[in-house]
Each structure stands twice: as C-alpha cells, then as structure tokens.
Design a protein around this ligand. Structure first.
Ligand code: ADP
Ligand code: 5RP
Length: 559
C-alpha cells in the first residue's frame, strides 16, 4: 500500500490552518494558514454596518469555508501528495462557537433579509453578552438541584450554547423562530463537506458546551420550562440531531466540495472536535495524570480521569469527551495571549517599539528579553489575570484585570513580566483545584503558539506550578490531533487507524527539552501565589464587588 496521509484543519480565533500529515509517523508535510477576512466582528456588522453592543464577538461563516477552499488545496499542492492517498480529514474548532441555520442547513446571516440582525451571525466562543441568561441558568439549576450542575463545576458559562440560544430568544425572538437549528460551527463546517441533510453533532461540544450527557441526554423539559416556557422543547427542536463519538466518520466528502478542496470525493470526514481537545492526542496524551495546556489567545486545560469528581469551576467533565474510555476534564482561562497582545498594542511607550524595531525583533520578544533580567518578586508587582473575565475557577465574565504595586520607577518589561506571572497563577489555581479534588496532575504538557514563542513564560509556569512541563513537538498540535481523528474516521483498512490511542502512539511527539521548576524561584512564587490568592478571593468571591460596580457605572454612562 502506498503511503497514506490525512489533513487536519484547525479553526482558531483569527485564522484557520490546514496541515497535511504522514500517517506512518505524524510528520507534518505541509501547512497553510488562511486568516479570516472578517476576523472577529466586535464593533459593527459587515455590509449593514449595524453597531454591536459591548461584550459581543461574532464571526462570518463564509470565512470558515474559505479556509477549506484555500488552505486545503495549498497543502496538497505544496506536498505533491496524490489526493487519492489522503484518506481522511478532521477539523477542530473554537467552541462554543455557534450559529443559527435554516432548513437547508445555511446560516441565517446569509439571508439578505436577516443579515442586518446581529443575532443571525455566528456567535464566537468569546461572545460574553449572554451573562444575564447564564446567571439565571445557574440560579435556576442550583435551586432545582439539577444533577448536571456539579459536572460543570457548579456553573454554566455565558460562553456556552444554552445561554447564547436564550439570549437570541430574548433579544431576537424572530431569529429564534426562523432558526431550524442552532449548531456548533464545527458541526456546520462538517455538514458543508459531507452535504448531509441530517446534521451530525459531536459528543465533545455537545457534552462540554450544550449540557448533553452520554446517559441522560440534554437537561429535562421541566428544567427548560423553568428557564422560560418558550424553551421547553429546545432540545428536541433546535438542538436535535444525533450526537456521535469523536473519531466517528460523519460522512464522505461530496464531489462538489472535493473539487473546491483539491481532494477526492468520498474521502472520510471525521465528526467535528474542539481545538483544545484535539490537541490532547496531538501531544500524545491518552492516559490520566497529564494536564495538557493549549496555550494561545486563551488557555484550555485538559485532563483525563477514571472517576467523575466534582471540581470547583471546571468547565466540565464529559465521558469520552476527549479520549474514548476516559472521563475528560476541561478548565480554562479566557485570556492569556490576548492579555499580552493588549499590553503590546495599548500599553507600551514609543521608545520600546523603536528599540525593538532597531534590534530587529517584535515587541513581545523585546519585552521578554528585558523581563528575563528580573528575578521572581523583583518587580514588586502583582496582577489578577481577568482581562476577559475569569473562566476557571470563578466562572465570572464580569471580573476585570488588576495590577497592584506600581511606582514612578515601574518599567514596561516589569509590567509584561507581571502579566505573564498573573496568567501562571491563574493556571496554578486550576491545577490545585483538580489535584486537591482527586483528579491528579503529575505532569504538564504544553502546546499551541505560546510555548514556541516565549521561553520566559514557560519557565514561569514551571516555577509557579512546581511541575515539569513537556512541550509538543508540533507547532500545529490541534491540527495534528484533528488529522489523527481523520485517520481514525478512515479506519485501518484504508491505511488509517482503528482508534485514537493507536494513532497517537504512532504520530504524536514531544520535544526532548522540557521546562523544569527551579527551586529558588518556586519558593518566591509560592509567597507571591499566596498574595495572588488573597486578591483573587477578595475581588472574585464577593468581599469587594468593585469590579461589578464599575461595570454598572460604565453601562449607565454609556446609555
Ligand atoms: N512572543 C510572545 N510572547 C507571548 N505571547 C505572544 C508572543 N507572540 C504572540 N503572542 C500571543 O500569542 C497569541 C496567539 O497565539 P496562537 O497560539 O498563535 O493563536 P490562537 O490562540 O488563535 O490559536 C496572541 O494572543 C499573541 O498576543
Ligand atoms: O473554549 C474553548 C475550548 O473549549 C475555545 O475554543 C478556546 O478557548 C479558544 O481557544 P484559542 O485560544 O485557540 O483561540
């Protein structure tokens, strides 16, 4: 049999990338990135120019198709591989990134009559405007003692499906009515490749983002009735569709899409997946005790376990949600790289930009270089990493960032170092929450853009968590994981694999160099972490709700 290949397509927050992978050993033969032409839509809608409210984040579904028709042919061309030898394709996506579709499976925002309504567009994972609905979901679920609530760390996030669907119903009932279904973008893109009229939903997004459970299904009609009588049958109507396990073949590539993507009709297409979750087998993790951090704009933390435990503020525990046969745990920080980007774009003085340009490096690299000269604790600064709210463990999108300890001598690189440290403390909260609740964390694995870009950051994470960190060898770990699922969808008979465990064994790699904790740094960071924890609880657990009061004052001032 000739060499076989699969393609993984990773849909990030600002771009999509395709990677063509050799199935014998996981070599990434070619990759290509397509930036989304419309990027994140957070100020005004395309064409109509309708202004968006604060906390909104939308996307254009056509951008996702462009990734398939640009990046996939590009990797096929660059590799010189015969498309007949590309036996499977898998995708992974940000989530919950959801959209309303019509009976024909097309996004409502494609209909000219609805395009000026912001609710007809894709709501990106970081759309945070459904907080009122999320707060009510949590109050009502807690008062009814709903069994699903502990599985989500006690709180359902405003980033997730039910809050977003309810926001649509409240603010645009006509869009809710006209929507044949609400769908994760990952499932929609798969349906566009397979051309199936029957939508296939994947168990990962259904479990983590739509409160679906392998045994119990969605929450009961009684629960939805208690939320809002208009939602009573939402699970049977707008969320209908078979939920199938990761690695399942969703269908086969249609002739029309095969032509546009430069592939062969009939290529196996795996059911959709989440970016962070696909990265777990991508880094070779298929057993418990190993926490995988997908580090980029945000961080998602994934961990496997054998028993269902309650962990404060985790995003969820889903049976088979990451690797079949295990309970998959997820937690996260909704801004990490985004915080560093904010500082680089909004906070640095002109002399830093000039010095970086003169040295031929970017501003991040300049700040990292200069921040590395400081010892832990030497800046005298401490920050709370809540620039985009707190996903775990507080699950509160209405919290904001804070930096303490400024003086007239404070330097930009000290602030940058403090922001790196703050995100590491946020991760430490998550590691401690799992470990102290019986879901052991022995080792850390890191993938995504940040580990490659910033060594200081990784050393700080090792010191703050006091754990060794292994780094993925692949620069495109979620895409590699997605390609593995594509190979599983194709199956061993066709030259793929019968299970994701088999695929990971052959195809995943970590680098030889690891980041090990340095004892003297660990000791200082332990002290700083205790201070971080005090601030965290003071501003985050209700002792002082000043952040929320400032938000209300801001809202009043804006209207
Ligand atoms: N040298 C750097 N150090 C720290 N963060 C960086 C550096 N360069 C870029 N970033 C951040 O990396 C993030 C992008 O991460 P990446 O993994 O490439 O993307 P995504 O999360 O969209 O998949 C941005 O938020 C950016 O601010
Ligand atoms: O919540 C998620 C996964 O569960 C999002 O997909 C994620 O936070 C966005 O990730 P990225 O940093 O790759 O843009």
């Amino acid at each position: 049999m000739s060499k076989k290949y699969a393609i993984g397509v990773d849909y990030g927050t600002e771009s999509g990338r395709a990677v063509l992978v050799d199935l014998s050993d996981g070599t990434e033969v070619a990759d290509h990135v397509t930036p989304y032409p419309h990027n994140v839509i957070d100020e005004k809608l395309p064409v109509s120019g309708v202004k968006l409210e604060y906390d909104w984040a939308l996307q254009h579904p056509q951008d996702y198709i462009d990734v398939l028709t640009q990046s996939v042919p590009a990797v096929v061309r660059a590799s010189g591989v015969d498309p007949a030898d590309i036996i499977g394709l898998g995708i992974d996506f940000t989530a919950c990134t959801m959209l309303p579709i019509n009976k024909e499976g097309q996004p409502l925002c494609f209909e000219p009559a609805l395009a000026a309504n912001p609710h007809s567009w894709v709501k990106l994972w970081k759309h945070h405007a459904a907080q009122d609905e999320a707060t009510l979901i949590n109050e009502i679920a807690a008062s009814r003692g709903e069994a699903f609530l502990p599985r989500y760390g006690g709180k359902i996030s405003s980033e997730w499906m039910i809050a977003k669907v309810w926001q649509i119903l409240n603010e645009a009932p006509e869009i809710y009515e006209q929507a044949d279904r609400f769908l994760e973008a990952t499932d929609w893109v798969v349906s566009q490749m397979t051309g199936q009229s029957e939508i296939v939903r994947n168990s990962c997004t259904a479990g983590y983002k739509s409160i679906w459970h392998k045994q119990d299904g969605y929450p009961s009609q009684d629960f939805f009735q208690a939320l809002d009588p208009r939602l009573v049958d939402v699970a049977e109507t707008k969320l209908r569709g078979d939920v199938v396990a990761l690695g399942t073949k969703a269908g086969e590539l249609t002739a029309a899409m095969a032509e546009r993507m430069g592939l062969v009709a009939g290529t196996a297409i795996a059911v959709g997946n989440v970016d962070a979750h696909a990265a777990v087998p991508g880094v070779g993790v298929v057993t418990p005790g190993k926490l995988v951090m997908a580090m980029g704009t945000s961080i998602c933390h994934m961990l496997l376990g054998t028993e269902e435990k309650e962990v404060e503020g985790m995003c969820g525990v889903v049976e088979d949600g990451i690797i079949p046969g295990y309970l998959g745990y997820e937690a996260g920080q909704s801004a990490v790289g985004d915080i560093f980007a904010w500082y680089v774009e909004q906070g640095v003085p002109a002399y830093v930009e000039k010095a970086a340009a003169e040295e031929g490096i970017n501003v991040h690299e300049w700040l990292e270089r200069h921040a590395s000269a400081y010892k832990p604790g030497e800046t005298g600064l401490l920050a709370l990493d809540w620039w985009n709210g707190n996903r775990s463990v507080l699950v509160d999108t209405e919290l904001n960032g804070l930096i303490l300890g400024y003086s007239l001598l404070t330097k930009p690189e000290e602030i940058y170092r403090t922001l790196l440290e703050a995100t590491a403390f946020g991760t430490r909260k998550i590691v401690d929450a799992f470990h102290s609740n019986g879901v052991e964390v022995e080792e850390l694995y890191a993938c995504g853009g940040l580990p490659q870009k910033n060594h200081l950051l990784m050393q700080i994470y090792a010191d703050v968590t006091n754990r060794e960190i292994k780094i993925a060898d692949s620069k495109q770990t979620p895409a590699l994981g997605a390609a593995m699922f594509g190979a599983v969808a194709a199956g061993a008979d066709k030259g793929g694999y019968d299970s994701i465990v088999d695929a990971a064994k052959q195809m995943a790699r970590v680098r030889k160099e690891t980041f090990k904790p340095i004892a003297e740094n660990v000791a200082v960071y332990e002290k700083l972490y205790q201070e971080y924890s005090k601030l965290h609880d003071y501003f985050g657990r209700g002792d002082n709700d000043v952040m929320k009061r400032l938000r209300s004052i801001r809202e009043e001032a804006r209207h």
